[in-house]
Every structure is written in C-alpha cells, then in structure tokens.
Design a binder for this molecule. Structure first.
Ligand code: F0G
Length: 422
C-alpha cells in the first residue's frame, strides 16, 4: 500500500477514541490510540500513523487567535501539550539568495527559533504529553543531538526521567550541553546513529522506556504543524501558496510529517491535490540513502552502513520513516538531491549573509535549492520555501570554522587602528 494524497479521510473505526485512532500504513489495521504503548503494527510490523475522523480545514485554523503548535490543536491527537511556546517560527525573506538563485519567491522557515533551537520541540510538546497520558515511567531516544536536547528539556518540564543514546564523538557541542543541563542521562554509544536507534528501539520493545524518536507516530503529529504554519504564513506574505518546500532529510520524519499535513488538508477539502507543495529532500553526499532510492526509483531504501558528513544532524544511513516519506516526495512531484559538505558550508555562509544563522544540516536545504536551480529541475517561476531546521549555536565549532578568524590585537586604541590599517 502507498500513502496517496487522497487517503487521509476515513470513517471512524470502533477502535477510535474521540475521533482519533492509529492505522497501519501498509495493511490498514487500526488500533485504539491511548490504550497501550504501541509504535508499529501488531499485525505486520509496519509504521503506524494517527488518523482523524474529521481533519480540519485551513479556514478553521485561520479563525484561531492562538499562535504556535497549539493553534493547530484540532489537528492533533491531544488537546494540549507539555508546552513552552514551541512553533510560530519566522518565515524570512532572504533577498540575496533569492536574487542569486533567481526563483520567483524564496522564503526561509527558520525552525532554529524554537525553544531548544530546533523543530524537534514541535514533536516533543505532543509526544511527551501522550507519554504522560500513557503513564510511562521513562522517556528515551537515539539522537544525532537535537532530538536529545528537545526530549531532555520537555522531559524535565514533565518531571520524567530521560535517557538519550548518542553516537560517541559525532554530536555537536551545543546539543550535548543542552541534554546535559536539562538533566538527561546521556549514554555515548560506540556506533553511529542507526546503531543507537537499534538499541533504543529494543529497549522500548522490552518495556524499559517510552520511545520518542520519529518512529513514534504522535511525535510526527506535532511536526506536521510546520507545514500548516508555512501555508498560512506564505499566504499572508504573498497571497499564494508555495510551489515547493525544500528540506534536509535524515530519518525523513519531517518529510513524512509535512506530507501528512497536506494529505489531511486535501481530505478536509481545503487544498487541491495539484496545489500541494512539491516536497524536495536534501541529504549530504556521505549519507544519502533516500536520494539513492529516489534516483533509482526503488520502493525500498537501502541502509547505508557507513555514513559521514560534517552536517552531523543528518549523518544517518537508515531513514526509518522512508515508507511514509518516499510517497510524499513522489506523489507531490518533488525530488531528492545530495550535496557535498563544501556546498553545505557555502550555503551556511549565504544564509548568514542574509541574517539567518543555522547549523550545517539546515543549510543543506539552500545548498539543494542551488543545485536543483543549476540543473534546471527547479524552475525560475517557482515560489519556494527552504526549511532550516536548527540554530547556528547548536554547532559552534562548525560555525567558527565556516566564519572569519578572530584577530589578536593589543589593548590600546593606536594598536587597534594600526592593525586596522587606518
Ligand atoms: N535537520 C536537523 C537540524 C536535524 O537535527 C535533523 C534530525 C534533521 C534535519 C533531519 O530530520 O530526521 O526528520 O529527516 N535530527 C535527528 C536528531 C535525527 O536526533 O536530532 P528528519
């Protein structure tokens, strides 16, 4: 079974709780949402997604005065979250990059403006609330850094124990510092992110902890609000909807979440299938299994055992949400492209030049846009949104390496003027 643009509406099955249930994306089996801890289908082991009897329209959201993730409460599985004002991030104009790439309109949705500096907060405000509802004792995730920072923060807020598994030596300093200060127990694993996820998934299956990676269908519901916010903000700014959204891809959770947001708007009758923005994924060359699948037309993504990139947030070889995200790219007329670390650093500098400070993985979106403009796959008349997923300060070492060197000077004015050559 493939997730299509027209299949998000359905009659409530008997398992539904207040119009909400879990459905398997492969075999269609349905389950009650909050009766037991469940990440995958009991029958076939595939991914689950949250379903709603009555998904709301964009017009219904427009009637709300609330801002941020909970503006979209009617599209979420719980009425309120463990919340510290996540979402409502800026949609920036980036005049220099817009002129250079020569697209009709370019905006940057900066998710680095979330409370812990990445889009993960949108998922955690929902996921940690569901964890409370399920009454679990310990929360856990594998992470390239941002998920661990967000889970540590929201877990602290919910007064729940947090365990995070990080690939040793491959997580940017800002992220480890956040997980540490918010009080998570940090396990540094001798292996990459995919190995960390294997271990933590098994811990979760054994009932040792509640898993808050993007395999968790509730977390992706919160991340869905990125797509809803982009449509509302872009329309407010330009009177139109964007033709394309370009985003970095690791586990492909965001790609899956944006696709789900748009499928539900189609089901609600407020978006025509042909108006859904083309989802365009970008990976680093050294960790590009999704790009490989899109290029070869494969139905399944091959796990890359060896991965490497300076953009450590997306140093991932086994994108677990591929079964949800590949149809999203294909059904919306999108594509996927790989970029080099040098292209990522260059895009990070270009964003900084336009006043937007991002971590390397985020800049992959702009690097991908540049590449697809050069190849002609993105046309000059397109209105494009690039998603930047994390704040510059997440990876201070990468920022310092990409920027200018500090210059030592003596502690007197004449010496400083001499140095400046004035
Ligand atoms: N950008 C940033 C800054 C990220 O931290 C991640 C994922 C992605 C992009 C990719 O998003 O997985 O939804 O395709 N970070 C996860 C983590 C893996 O552990 O923080 P995706």
């Amino acid at each position: 079974m493939t997730l299509t643009l027209a299949d998000a509406g359905a009659e409530s099955p008997p398992e539904a709780d207040d119009g909400t249930w879990l459905a398997c994306i492969e075999c269609g089996a349905t389950f009650p949402p909050f009766e037991a801890v469940r990440y995958t289908c009991d029958d076939c082991g595939s991914l689950l997604e949250v379903r709603y009897a009555d998904p709301p329209t964009l017009e219904e959201f427009a009637a709300s005065d609330d801002r941020g993730v909970w503006r979209y409460a009617d599209a979420l599985p719980v009425e309120s979250g463990v919340s510290i004002a996540e979402g409502d991030t800026p949609l920036y104009e980036v005049p220099t990059i817009e002129a250079e790439t020569g697209v009709a309109d370019l905006r940057v949705k900066h998710e680095g403006a979330n409370p812990t500096g990445s889009f993960k907060d949108r998922g955690m405000t929902v996921g940690v609330k569901v964890a409370e509802k399920l009454g679990v004792g310990r929360l856990a995730c594998a992470s390239t850094g941002n998920t661990s920072a967000a889970l540590a923060c929201y877990g602290a807020r919910a007064d729940t124990q947090v365990l995070v598994l990080l690939p040793a030596g491959k997580v940017a300093a800002g992220k480890v510092a956040q997980a540490s200060l918010h009080g998570a127990r940090i396990l540094e694993v001798d292996g990459n992110f995919d190995a960390c996820l294997d271990v933590v998934s098994e811990l979760a299956d054994r009932g040792e902890a509640y898993l808050l990676n993007s395999l968790n269908p509730f977390r992706l519901e919160g991340q869905k609000t990125i797509g809803l916010e982009i449509l509302e903000q872009f329309r407010d700014g330009t009177g139109d909807l964007p033709d394309r959204i370009v985003l970095p891809v690791g586990n492909a959770g965001n790609t899956a979440a944006l696709y789900k947001a748009f499928r539900e708007l189609v089901a609600a009758g407020s978006l025509a299938p042909e108006d859904v923005p083309a989802l365009t994924g970008v990976q680093a060359e050294g960790a590009a299994p999704m790009v490989e699948a899109v290029e070869t037309g494969a139905d399944e993504v091959r796990r890359w055992e060896e991965v490497e990139t300076r953009a450590t947030a997306i140093r991932i070889g086994n994108p677990v949400n591929a079964p949800k995200a590949l149809p999203g790219i294909r059904e919306t007329g999108g594509t996927a492209v790989a970029v080099s670390d040098a292209e990522i650093t260059d895009a990070q500098r270009a964003l900084a030049r336009d006043g937007v400070g991002v971590e390397p993985a985020s800049a992959a979106s702009v690097a991908g846009l540049r590449k697809l403009r050069e190849s002609g796959e993105i046309a000059a008349d397109e209105q494009v949104v690039c998603l930047t997923t994390g704040h510059l300060l997440k990876d201070p070492d990468a920022a310092a390496a990409a920027g200018a060197e500090p210059e030592p000077v003596p502690a007197d004015t004449e010496g400083v003027l001499d140095h400046l050559g004035e």
